[in-house]
Design a binder for this molecule. Structure first.
Ligand SMILES: Cc1ncc(C[n+]2csc(CCOP(=O)(O)OP(=O)(O)O)c2C)c(N)n1
Ligand SMILES: [Mg+2]
Length: 540
């Protein structure tokens, strides 16, 4: 039994769980924790940010890029609230992000004296944001609570967790039993009968559509195999992109998926809420088979024909085996898919300005390069037009669509994946939410490239006002800094590109810099609306 402080025991437990980086912004509540990080700095790096939202969003980006747990540490009260968007978006994207949050003195909690950073019912607030939260009260408690948090983040539907620790507890020493190696979460048991039932239904169905979400990112091989066995197109919107190679004619985006939904006899939905598709309509002729880690998810909207609960990859592997004897003989749909993709491309040509820029990015990013998208015209277009080739190479905020998440999340992506180039796209509106993290990029030598598409407006809002509110423009025109000079003042490399060819050349220079961040500003006019391709009507 060793004697150590609560902070030291916590850091040791984080390291024992494989954590090698923590994103953080310090303050007096957590001083002993940072001192423990200092002493362990040969085993765990501390990446400090310029605002707490930067810390939580970096941890989120790192979690989405690696599929592994990540952590951040901030002060209580304002520190927690500043980081809340990252936690909310981690919850929405099922990302294992551990929040380590300071607290006022243990004995004063809940009394309302007015301590520095005091906030009413911090555990209550945390419990609304994450599914697992606890307070560390002694050094001995720290390792088992860290273990419980990691267990919770990996069990069932993955997601964020939070641990609090009071200002006077972090530094207190006590005996700590030897820190046990983490026990892997046992795989969920597979319901064999349900798999056979699903195999029969899919095997008999004439036209199958596969829909994938973020929960399918680690089942890429299985989804690709099922797609070819069933001659089934695979549709993804945001978080399922890259599960199958975007160059495969069976990889489809929303408008084509909408057509296929209308025709389908069976849908296999993997790791997706299927929310948008449910609005496209369901009827008795469409059998829905859901694969989800969360037992509550499949029946949330309407009871599916079959629910397979557990990890996607082993479930789909068993489904493939069960299909071997049950699949009908199927003619290739390759020619049909090529033709349908061609027709869709002709329709999407309406988004020509976006297409040119997205093609420039795709051409410069290597096979395994990562694009982090944003809530901007270029991001919406990327969801329709940017082919991701591999899993976890298209990083999206999912249904939260948290404007401004992108630059900070992308920093986390690039920090966790130093081996591949990462490009973030942003609008002039969203970029300024977290642009101050350019200081973090420079300080920690994170070679992220951001492309800021500047239309001088909250363009999406402005267009709604023009089109739907009689051109009554309010609160959507923006006065912007000179983005190139702004980036340069931080010490980042920066330039302006005025067309796709210039963007490509600028990206080539930026992606070659592996030690410093780059910004490319692209001035754009108001861009054509993508919404007719995204907000689709009922189909059946
Ligand atoms: C946190 C948050 N606040 C507000 C919004 C609403 N919103 C969606 S798009 C948008 C404008 C985005 O402007 P910009 O980043 O410049 O992108 P553009 O549409 O101009 O390409 C706003 C305000 C949001 N999605 N998230
Ligand atoms: Mg804009």
């Amino acid at each position: 039994m060793a004697t150590m402080t609560t902070a030291e025991a916590t850091v040791a437990a984080l390291i024992a769980h494989g954590l090698d980086t923590i994103y953080a912004l310090p303050g007096v509540h957590n001083d002993p924790f940072f001192d423990a990080l200092f002493k362990a700095s040969d085993r765990i790096r501390t990446v400090h940010t310029r605002h707490e939202q930067g810390a939580s969003l970096m941890a989120l980006g790192a979690a989405l890029a690696t599929g592994k747990p990540q952590a951040y540490c901030v002060v209580p009260g304002p520190g927690l609230l500043n980081s809340a968007t990252g936690l909310l978006t981690a919850h929405g994207t099922n990302a294992p992000v551990l929040a380590l949050i300071g607290q006022i003195a243990q004995a004063a909690i809940g009394r309302g004296y007015g301590h520095l950073h005091e906030i009413r019912d911090q555990p209550g607030i945390l419990s609304r944001l994450v599914d697992f939260t606890a307070r560390i009260r002694t050094a001995a408690e720290a390792p088992p609570l860290v273990a419980a948090a990691f267990h919770a983040m990996a069990s069932g539907r993955p997601g964020p967790a939070a641990l609090e620790c009071a200002i006077d507890v972090w530094g207190r020493s006590g005996p700590v039993p030897e820190i046990a190696a983490p026990t892997p979460v046992p795989p969920a048991p597979i319901d064999d009968d349900a798999v056979v039932d699903a195999a029969k239904r899919l095997g008999n169905a004439e036209r199958v559509l596969i829909v994938v979400g973020g929960g399918a990112q680690d089942a890429s091989a299985e989804v690709s195999e099922l797609s070819s066995l069933l001659q089934a197109p695979v549709m993804a919107f945001r978080r399922g992109r890259g599960v199958i190679d975007g160059r495969n004619p069976f990889s489809v985006v929303l408008p084509l998926g909408h057509e296929l939904w209308r025709e389908a006899e069976a849908v296999l939905a993997v790791g997706t809420r299927l929310f948008q598709q449910m609005q496209w309509g369901l009827d008795d002729k469409l059998q829905v088979i859901r694969v989800d880690a969360d037992p509550e998810e499949p029946e949330r909207f309407r009871k599916p024909a079959v629910a397979l609960v557990g990890d996607a990859a082993p479930l789909l592997r068993q489904l493939i085996d069960a299909l071997a004897s049950r699949n009908r003989k199927r003619a290739s749909r390759r020619e049909e898919m090529l033709e349908r993709q061609g027709k869709l491309s002709a329709r999407l040509a309406k988004l020509a300005p976006q297409i040119g820029f997205l093609q420039a990015i795709r051409a410069e990013l290597p096979e395994d390069g990562i694009l982090v998208e944003e809530v901007t015209q270029m991001g919406f277009a990327a969801r329709l037009l940017y082919p991701a080739y591999r899993p976890r190479t298209f990083i999206s905020p999912g249904f939260q669509d948290s404007l401004g998440w992108g630059y900070a999340a992308a920093l986390g992506v690039q920090d966790a994946r130093r081996d591949v180039p990462v490009v973030a796209i942003a609008g002039d509106g969203g970029f300024l939410f977290t642009a101050t993290e350019m200081a973090t990029a420079v300080h920690h030598r994170i070679p992220l490239t951001v492309v800021v598409f500047n239309d001088g407006a909250y363009g999406n809002v402005r267009r709604n006002q023009e089109e739907r509110f009689g051109n009554r423009i309010i609160a959507s025109d923006l006065s912007n800094p000179d983005f190139v000079r702004l980036a340069e003042s931080f010490g980042a490399a920066a330039e302006r590109a005025r067309n796709p060819a210039e963007l490509r050349a600028a990206l080539k220079r930026a992606l070659a810099r592996r030690e410093e961040p780059s910004l490319i500003e692209v001035p754009v006019p108001a861009l054509p609306s993508p919404w007719e391709f995204i907000m689709l009507p009922r189909a059946r």
